[in-house]
Every structure is written in structure tokens, then in C-alpha cells.
Design a protein around this ligand. Structure first.
Ligand code: TYM
Length: 338
């Protein structure tokens, strides 16, 4: 069978399950904006159906979805250039998700480390949705025949599963329908760690607020969190190799590099030899200068929730126009009478 060439299309999503963190910004949103500016078709989602795999208070979910939309726009995503919408407005995501539940194998799903981390010792008590979460994520991506997915390092395994699902579907039905999606995991911010523990990912669900920088933190809060961030007693090295076995130092240098759009090597060429007492104020200043314009724009946008809702509605219409024919074709391939 001839190989179908898929036109480049970018898809990615973020859960509105809490506030946005610096990890989401450096690992995902900043990349989203760069890809939008590259002239490729870009589709960015607020994955509210994924968010309810763990309990969400309904009013908080609505607010967080709008706040995430405000974060997307404030960081530079333009609703005229990118398609911005929330997942539940395009029913095709859940519909294709079901098909993929019937393609993915239990053995594959049992290997997902995010499920193991999130379920912990409570495996019997978590929702079935938390377990089948990655099949819905595969549906998000493949519903648009997306070729590229910008994500942080922690999502790599889910993209690999997406490729496995696409390959099995194509093989089982003897078609070349779904593309082999590539993860785009680039830059210094693909794995931003907790400010309190360099071995743990910075996360919106960490009980300690001091462990993360929230996109809504003001300048004082950002400066204080960086001042208190865990570091070590040595001076900064001049080369990246010197960060080995220094997870906290590496994290702070990575964050600086991500914010400043520099490589780790460039940052160390400038700051090598300095103590943290000197470097931390530099980092705080860099963070405030990059993040405060975004947080003040987010606050302004949150004053007009109707406008945000209108953007999401229009985005959902555009998303559905791409998704509906792909779902229809999938049903036809599978043998559903239409
Ligand atoms: P979520 O909501 O946990 O995170 C959203 C994005 O932010 C990245 N990220 C980080 N990057 C670097 N350092 C960190 N500390 C950090 N924390 C989060 C994540 O890698 C992600 O790119 N399953 C996804 C949401 C999703 C999705 C999709 C993504 C659903 N459908 C389809 C891409 C395509 C998730 O839970 O992301």
C-alpha cells in the first residue's frame, strides 16, 4: 500500500486541573507559541475531560478552564492563528477515545508510569478514567492527524503509546490512516523540577506551593520562592558537565536558560564561578521580567469571561470541522453502519 503523506499539523493540550505552573509554561506553552509562529497549523486544547479523571469541583473546573485559556492567550497564542478550544465541546474526542479503548491492550496500559505515579497505593480506589486516560490522549492527537506534539518530557511515554495505537489500528484494518506522530521535546525547560526537591517534577498538584512558581504569582512571591529554593553550597560551574549530581543547581540553571531563551552552556559561560547568593537574584529578576507581563494580561482577560467563552466556542467549531470527517472515516473503516 502506498504511504500516505500527512500534512504537518501540531496538536497539544493542558489539563485545567489547577493553576498553570512555570513547568507548563517552559515545557509546553512557550513551545506552542514558537510553533504557531512557524506557520504550521496549530491546534491547542484545554483537556477538561482529562481533568475529571480526578475529582474537580464544577465551579473550580470552569474557572480553571477559563484561566488556562487566558494563560494561552496572554503567553502569545493568537486565536486567529491557532485553534484554541476546550475538549468537551468537541464530542469526537470521546468518541474516538472509545474506539482506541478497543485498540490499546491492557499490557500497554499497565506500563504507563503516569498512572502508577498518580494512582500510588490507591489503585483500587482511583477512577477507571485515570487508567484509560492515555487512550483519550491518543484520540486527541489522532483525531486531527497531528504530526507533531510539543510536550514536556513526562508525556513522552503517552506519545509512544499514541504511535502504538495508530500502528495497531492501521495494521488491524489494513489501512494507512493514522500518522506516526512525533513528540517535540526541546529546549531547556522540558523537565522543570520542584524548587524544594530537585528529583521531583514541578507540579500543580504538589501540596507545597513553595515547590512551584505559578503563572499567577506576583513579583514578590516569585522572588521569595526563588530565594528559598533548594540549592547547594558550591559555586556554579562554567560547563554543563559540572551540573552532574547537582539536581537543584541544574534545575535553577535550566529555568534561567528556558526563560532567557539561552542554552545551558551559554548561561554557564556567563554565570560560572558565581555563588547562589548572586545567581538567585538574577534568576528572580529574569523570571519576573518574563512572567509578570503574562500574569497581568491573564488577570485582565479573566475580567471578561464571556470573551474567553466566545474564543473557545469559535475554536471548537473550527476544531470540529477537522475532527468530524476523520471520525466519520474511522467509523467507516471499523465497519459501523452510518
Ligand atoms: P499536563 O496538564 O500535566 O501538563 C501540560 C504540559 O506541561 C508539561 N509539563 C511540564 N514540562 C516541563 N516541566 C514540568 N515540570 C512540567 N509539568 C508539566 C507537560 O509535559 C505537558 O506538555 N496528558 C497531558 C495533557 C494532554 C495532552 C493531550 C498533551 C491530554 N491530551 C494531547 C498533548 C497532546 C497532561 O497531563 O499534561
Amino acid at each position: 500500500m502506498s504511504e500516505v503523506v500527512h500534512t504537518p499539523r501540531v496538536f497539544s493540550g493542558i489539563q485545567p486541573s489547577g493553576g498553570l505552573t512555570l513547568g507548563n509554561y517552559l515545557g509546553a506553552i512557550k513551545r506552542f507559541v514558537e510553533m504557531q509562529e512557524n506557520g504550521i497549523e496549530t491546534v491547542y486544547c484545554m483537556v477538561d475531560l482529562h481533568a475529571i479523571t480526578v475529582w474537580q469541583d464544577p465551579a473550580a473546573l470552569r474557572r480553571q478552564t477559563r484561566e488556562l485559556a487566558a494563560g494561552y492567550i496572554a503567553a502569545g497564542l493568537d486565536p486567529h492563528k491557532s485553534i484554541l478550544f476546550n475538549q468537551s465541546q468537541v464530542a469526537e474526542h470521546a468518541q474516538l477515545g472509545w474506539i482506541f479503548n478497543c485498540v490499546a491492550r491492557m499490557g500497554w496500559m499497565n506500563r504507563m508510569t503516569q498512572f502508577k505515579d498518580k494512582a500510588g497505593k490507591d489503585r483500587e480506589k482511583v477512577s477507571v478514567g485515570l487508567f484509560s486516560y492515555p487512550t483519550l490522549m491518543a484520540a486527541d492527537i489522532l483525531l486531527y492527524h497531528a504530526t507533531h506534539v510539543p510536550v514536556g518530557e513526562d508525556q513522552k511515554q503517552h506519545i509512544e503509546l499514541t504511535r502504538d495505537i495508530a500502528a495497531k489500528f492501521n495494521h488491524d484494518y489494513g489501512v494507512d490512516f493514522f500518522p506516526m506522530t512525533e513528540p517535540v521535546i526541546e529546549g531547556a525547560g522540558t523537565r522543570v523540577m520542584s524548587l524544594r526537591d530537585g528529583s521531583k517534577k514541578m507540579s500543580k498538584s504538589d501540596p507545597s506551593d513553595a515547590s512551584r512558581i505559578n503563572m499567577t504569582d506576583d513579583a514578590d512571591a516569585i522572588a521569595k520562592k526563588i530565594r528559598k529554593a533548594k540549592s547547594d553550597a558550591d559555586a556554579l560551574p562554567s560547563e554543563a558537565a559540572g551540573l552532574k549530581d547537582r539536581p537543584e543547581a541544574r534545575n535553577l540553571v535550566n529555568i534561567y536558560a528556558g526563560l532567557a531563551d539561552m542554552s545551558v552552556e551559554q548561561v554557564l559561560a556567563d554565570v560560572g564561578g558565581r555563588q547562589f547568593s548572586e545567581f538567585k537574584p538574577m534568576l528572580a529578576e529574569m523570571a519576573v521580567s518574563k512572567l509578570s507581563p503574562i500574569s497581568s494580561e491573564m488577570a485582565r482577560l479573566m475580567q471578561a469571561p464571556d470573551e474567553i467563552d466566545a474564543v473557545l466556542r469559535a475554536g471548537a467549531d473550527r476544531a470540529r470541522a477537522i475532527a468530524a470527517p476523520i471520525l466519520e472515516k474511522t467509523y467507516e473503516i471499523v465497519g459501523m453502519v452510518r
